[in-house]
Design a protein around this ligand. Structure first.
Ligand code: UDP
Ligand code: MG
Length: 314
C-alpha cells in the first residue's frame, strides 16, 4: 500500500464527509493505493456515526471509549498504519489533501524520513495562536536543534519505519520531529502548505497548550540527554552544590577561629546566615545525589533499557 492517512478527530462531524471526499478524489487522481484511518478520540457528537456511514473499503475506523487526546489518537493510528508513507492530518479541513502527492514524492524520491508542513500563511487568531506559536517554534528550534518553522503542524508525512519506531505519548504530538530525531531519523524536511480557516466547530486547544508545551519540551530535552544516565545530571549538580556548601562552611569556621585567636569578638557560628545557607547547600547536594542513585535503580528495571534501533546488519 502506498499511503496511510491518519486523521485524529474530536467532535468534527460536519467536516468529515467533505474531508473524506476530498482525500478520495486526490488519491484517485494520483492512482495511489491507500487507507484512511479515522481515530475518533471520544467525540460526543455524531462524528463516529459519520465515519460509519462512509462505508468504503479504504476507511479504517478506530473509536476510543473516551477522550484521551491527540497524541493517543496518533499513537493508535501509527500502530495500525500499513502504507509505505504515512500522512497525518487534522480533521477540521484546515489542512489540504492536495498537499499529499508532493509530500509523498518528497519521502519516496528525495529520501526524507519526515516532512513537516509549514503553515506559512496562517488563518487562525493572530493574538492567541499565530504570535505565541512563533515564540514556541523559536524556543523549540533552539532546544531541539531542528530547523522547522512549524513543529506542531498537523499535516506531516513519514516513512513507515519512522512511525513504527517512535512512541508518541502524553501530549508529545507537538514534538514528533524531535522524537524522530532522537530515534536516529535525522533527514527531516519542511514543505510550505496551504492553510485554511476552520469552517465548522471550534479549536480543541486553549492557551494552556503553551505552558504544557514548554514543560514537555524540557522533559524531552532531559530524557534525551540524561534519560539513560540520570546520575550524570543529578550527581553533577549534587556534587557541585555539596562542594560549594562545604567550602562555605570551612570559610565560616575559619573566620570564626581566626577571630577567636586574635581576641576579636565575633558572631556565633549558629547565628551567621552564611552558615545556614552553606548547610542547606550541603543537604540539597546530598539529596540530589540520592535522587540520582534512585533514578539509576529505576532505569535498571525499565524494559526498554537496552532497546536499540539497528539500521542494518550484514
Ligand atoms: N483532536 C483530537 N483529540 C483532542 C483534541 C483534538 O483528536 O483531544 C484533533 C482535532 O479533532 C483535530 C486535530 O486534533 O482534528 C487538531 O485540533 P484543532 O484543530 O482543534 O487544533 P488547532 O488547529 O486549533 O491547533
Ligand atoms: Mg485546527
Amino acid at each position: 500500500m502506498d499511503i496511510s492517512i491518519i486523521v485524529p478527530l474530536f467532535n468534527e462531524a460536519e467536516s468529515l464527509p467533505k474531508l473524506y471526499e476530498w482525500i478520495a478524489r486526490v488519491m484517485k487522481e494520483n492512482r495511489f493505493s491507500y487507507e484512511v484511518i479515522f481515530v475518533n478520540d471520544g467525540s460526543t457528537d455524531e462524528s463516529w456515526k459519520v465515519v460509519n456511514d462512509l462505508k468504503d473499503a479504504h476507511v479504517h475506523g478506530i473509536c476510543f471509549r473516551r477522550n484521551y487526546g491527540k497524541s493517543a489518537a496518533l499513537y493508535c493510528g501509527f500502530k495500525a498504519a500499513q502504507g509505505d508513507v504515512v500522512i497525518t492530518m487534522d480533521a477540521d479541513l484546515q489542512d489540504s489533501p492536495d498537499e499529499i502527492p508532493e509530500l509523498y514524492r518528497m519521502i519516496t524520491e528525495e529520501g526524507y524520513d519526515l516532512v513537516s508542513g509549514w503553515k506559512q500563511k496562517r488563518y487562525d487568531n493572530k493574538l492567541t495562536k499565530n504570535l505565541p506559536s512563533k515564540l514556541f517554534n523559536a524556543t523549540a528550534r533552539k532546544v531541539t536543534g531542528i530547523q522547522l518553522h512549524d513543529m506542531n503542524c498537523g499535516l506531516k508525512a513519514y516513512r513507515n519505519e519512522v512511525v513504527k519506531n517512535i512512541e508518541v505519548f502524553s501530549e508529545m504530538h507537538r514534538y514528533i520531529p524531535y522524537l524522530a530525531k532522537n530515534a536516529g531519523f535525522t533527514k527531516i524536511g519542511e514543505k510550505v502548505v496551504q492553510h485554511r480557516k476552520r469552517e465548522f466547530g471550534t479549536s480543541k486547544f486553549g492557551l494552556n497548550r503553551f505552558v504544557n508545551g514548554y514543560l514537555d519540551l524540557m522533559t524531552l530535552w532531559f530524557l534525551n540527554k540524561f534519560g539513560k544516565q540520570p546520575m550524570h545530571f543529578f550527581g553533577l549538580v549534587g556534587s557541585l552544590m555539596f562542594f560549594i556548601g562545604f567550602i562555605a562552611v570551612i570559610i565560616v569556621g575559619s573566620m570564626k577561629l581566626y577571630a577567636l585567636s586574635n581576641g576579636v569578638r565575633a558572631m556565633l557560628v549558629g547565628v551567621n546566615p552564611y552558615f545556614h545557607i552553606a548547610i542547606l547547600m550541603m543537604i540539597l547536594g546530598c539529596m540530589l545525589f540520592l535522587a540520582g542513585f534512585l533514578a539509576e535503580l529505576i532505569i535498571r528495571n525499565s524494559p526498554s533499557r537496552n532497546d536499540y534501533l539497528i539500521k542494518e546488519e550484514i
